[in-house]
Design a protein around this ligand. Structure first.
Ligand code: HGY
Ligand code: MN
Ligand code: MN
Ligand code: MN
Length: 425
């Protein structure tokens, strides 16, 4: 239909959504180097649990029913006229980057809450149930890779695939997850996604753009057409520690020097004059990490992304050989930790987002997502799509991340109309 439901759009409250965002931003708040208000809320942490309890409280206050699955994915269900119908699912993630912003992930969860609350306040009971989801560990900051909750929900990975992955303190993901499930044992348990239950009818995720296009090109809403592919690797270079003052350079097995050779060779492999390809090395651990002991072992991460499945395969598959060809004296171990194929979103969702934006007088740009999202793993299960709102200066994964109350309210209004429509199909 795409006609605005005025009482629904009017029921979305800019202030209520903003107040909730700011209350959530206090959980893990810190001040960035430039004074910006950042958030550090790791998944499966006491802060994460406090944020989840806050969300559950807001949800139950409007009659939503909470539940969690074996990966700790948190759901809040709004009953429909026909409870037997597959629900429309909306949501995002509540965990943040270690130096994250106040909007990445959490806005999509609170926009979903706002949209559902507006439907109720507008007196609209959709045919289908609508479920709000907060996915476990989307960021992959504490435990790599990201999207562990949505990948397990979608059957893309087994529930215990990540159990042995450890964080910076050596805590295993499986242990942190079991602790969370035990501390949230009061919440009803539900089957794990499509592994143990039916697929949703559709999935819509609202998220900040995290890039500059909507702002620079003057648009209010991003009609997200798809997500580029991502591949994560862990590289270990193993040499031999030695005395910085006595060991001759000609015989050292210096893991740092070989890492530099490897990254230089990778930069050549990843050269892209069209500036479409993304290649990032941003996490490096050195042992023994002492200024006068030659490095024995280095671990570094690779985050490689491209919209073309062919380029993702071709260049990604060349990473290990490129490293082995560049390293001179050390051993090399390369492990692939994450592989998300490029996806295209379904017209059932993208056109609903475009119609709702137009009906509400918002300028909408069709655009792909450079960031990965839980939506990537929903695509094989049901018609899926995303709604973007502008990020100031395109900044994200940075405390300076910002979207205005009005921009976020516009996104929530489009989401409300799209959810209302999909819940009638
Ligand atoms: O890395 C990503 O693309 C996501 O924002 N975590
Ligand atoms: Mn995110
Ligand atoms: Mn993120
Ligand atoms: Mn995401």
């Amino acid at each position: 239909s795409g006609t605005v439901v005025p009482r629904l759009v009017a029921a979305v409250s800019e202030q209520r959504q903003w107040d909730r965002l700011m209350e959530m931003a206090r959980l893990g708040a810190f001040t960035g180097a430039d004074g910006s208000p950042g958030v550090n809320r790791p998944c499966l942490s006491p802060l994460d649990r406090e944020a989840r309890r806050l969300l559950i409280g807001w949800g139950m206050a409007i009659g939503l029913t909470p539940s969690i699955d074996a990966l700790g994915n948190l759901f809040l269900r709004h009953e429909g006229q026909d409870p037997g119908l597959a629900p429309v699912l909306t949501g995002s993630h509540m965990d943040s980057q270690p130096a994250g912003g106040r909007f990445d992930g959490i806005w999509g969860v609170l926009a979903g809450l706002e949209a559902i609350q507006a439907l109720r306040e507008a007196g609209i009971t959709p045919r289908r149930p609508i479920e709000l989801v907060a996915w476990t560990n989307e960021e992959g900051g504490r435990f790599a890779p990201g999207c562990m909750g949505s990948m397990a929900y979608a059957g893309h990975s087994k529930p215990d695939t990540w159990d042995a992955v450890t964080d910076g303190e050596g805590i295993r993901f499986g242990d942190a997850l079991r602790e969370q499930l035990m501390l949230e044992a009061d919440l009803p348990r539900r089957p794990l996604g499509v592994v143990e239950g039916p697929a949703p009818h559709a999935y819509v995720e609202a998220h900040i753009e995290q890039g500059p296009r909507l702002e620079t090109e003057g648009f209010d809403i991003g009609v997200v057409t798809g997500i580029q592919g991502s591949r994560w690797f862990l590289v270990e270079i193993i040499g031999e520690s030695a005395h910085a003052g006595t060991a001759p350079l000609s015989t050292r097995r210096d893991a740092v020097q070989d890492m530099l050779r490897a990254i230089t060779a990778l930069n050549a492999l990843m050269d892209d004059p069209t500036d479409i390809l993304r290649f990032t090395v941003a996490r490096i651990e050195v042992q023994p990490n002492s200024s006068n002991s030659v490095a024995e072992r280095v671990r570094f991460t690779i985050d490689f992304r491209h919209p073309s499945a062919a380029v993702l395969a071709q260049r990604g598959d060349a990473i290990e050989a490129t490293i082995r060809g560049a390293v001179q004296r050390c051993e090399v171990v390369v492990t692939e930790r994450f592989h998300a194929q490029p996806v295209d979103f379904a017209p059932e969702v993208t056109e609903a987002v475009a119609r709702a934006s137009a009906a509400q007088g918002l300028k909408a740009l069709r655009m792909p997502s450079g960031a990965f999202h839980d939506a990537q793993f929903m695509v094989p299960l049901c018609p899926s799509g995303m709604i973007f709102v502008p990020s100031r200066g395109g900044i994200s994964h940075n405390p300076a991340e910002y979207s205005s109350p009005a921009q976020l309210a516009a996104g929530a209004r489009v989401l409300a109309q799209v959810l209302g429509e999909l819940a009638e199909t």
